[in-house]
Design a protein around this ligand. Sequence first.
Ligand SMILES: CC(C)=CCC/C(C)=C/CC/C(C)=C/COP(=O)(O)OP(=O)(O)O
Length: 378
Amino acid sequence: MIGERGAAGSRTPGTATRGETVPTVPPAETAARRTAVDVTALLERGRTLATPVLRTAVDRLAPPMDTVAAYHFGWIDAQGNPTAGDGGKAVRPALAVLSAEVTGAAPETGVPGAVAVELVHNFSLLHDDLMDGDEQRRHRDTVWKVHGPAQAILVGDALFALANEVLLELGTVEAGRAARRLTTATRALIDGQAQDISYEHRDRVSVEECLEMEGNKTGALLACASSIGAVLGGADDATADALEKYGYHLGLAFQAVDDLLGIWGDPEATGKQTWSDLRQRKKSLPVVAALAAEGPAAARLGELLAADAKSSDFENFSEEEFAARARLIEEAGGRDWTAEEARRQHTIAIEALDAVDMPEQVRARFTALADFVVVRKR
Ligand SMILES: CC(C)=CCC/C(C)=C/CC/C(C)=C/COP(=O)(O)OP(=O)(O)O
C-alpha cells in the first residue's frame, strides 16, 4: 500500500466547520516550509521539457491516429490547423522532472518518465470522456465527439502502448524499474475507473470506498509521476516509495478538489459542463459525504438521488434541478467536508517528504506544487 488509508470514520461527514469551498489558503501547518516558488514557471518547465519528446512519440502513430492525438493534445484544431490550444495543466510532467532532481540528476533525466506518465494520463482521459459521454474537455469538443468513438478507443490504446515504448527503449535497468512502476499504477488507474463506474449504479457508497476508488483512479498515477524521475535518476526503492506516498496523497487532494470543481466549478475555468459530475450520477466525495451525514438535507438528498436513478427523464433535467441537488449536498455538509479532506491529504503529502533527503529548493518546489493542486480553479 502506498499511502495511509482509513480513518474516514473519525472524520464524520456533516460535522466539518463551514469554510472555504475550494480551499484557497494553503494549510497553516505547512506554511513554515514554504519559500517563494514560481509554480507557473515550474509547470511550464515540465511542459517545455516534455512536449518535444511527446510530439515525436505521437508522430509515430499511423494516420489518422497521429492527427487525432495532436487534436487531443491541443496542437491542432478540428480542421487540422496548428493552434496554441490547452493541452492541460501539465502537473504530472512538472512532478516527474522535479523528482529527478531529488537524486541530484538534471531535470532532463526525468523527461522520458514525464512523457510516459502524460501519455498514460491522456489515454485515460480519452477513454474516460467516451465512457462518461462528456462532450467538452480542455475547452474543446472531446475526441469521440469530433473523430468518433473508434478513434478515441484506438488513440487511447496507442498512447498507452507508446508510454511503455518511450521508457523501455532507453534499455537501462532504471527504465525497466520505471516501466514496472508505471504499469502497476496504470492497473490501479483502471481498477479505480471500474470502481467509479460501478458506483454510479449504486444507491450507497461509503466514504471509505470512495477514497479507495479515488486513490486508485487519481492517486496511483500522481504517485508514479512524483517518483518516476527519481527512479530514472537511480533512486533506491525506499526513496521512490516515499515520493510515491507524497504523490498518492497529493492525488487524493487533487481528486477532492476535482470533485468540488465537478459540481461547483466555473465552466469557463474547468472547460467542462455545469454540474458535470451530477449529470454523470458520480458518487464523488461531496455526494457520499453528504449522504453519510445525518439530518433532513441528507435524507432528502438520498430520496432524490434514489428517484433519479430510476427516472427516465434524467437526461432532460433542468439546470435548476441539478442546482437543487447541489444545494442539498452543501446543506448536508458534503462541500465543506470535501474541502477539509483536500487540506488533510495535502498535509499528509507534504509530511511524506520528510522521509526523503533532498535539496531544500527541491522540497520547496514539491510543497509549492501541492499548494497549487489544492487552490486550483481548473
Ligand atoms: C482507465 C480510465 C479510463 C481511467 C480514467 C481515470 C480518470 C479519468 C481519472 C481522473 C483523473 C483526473 C483528476 C484527471 C484530470 O487531470 P488534470 O486536471 O491534471 O487534467 P489536465 O491534463 O487536463 O490538466
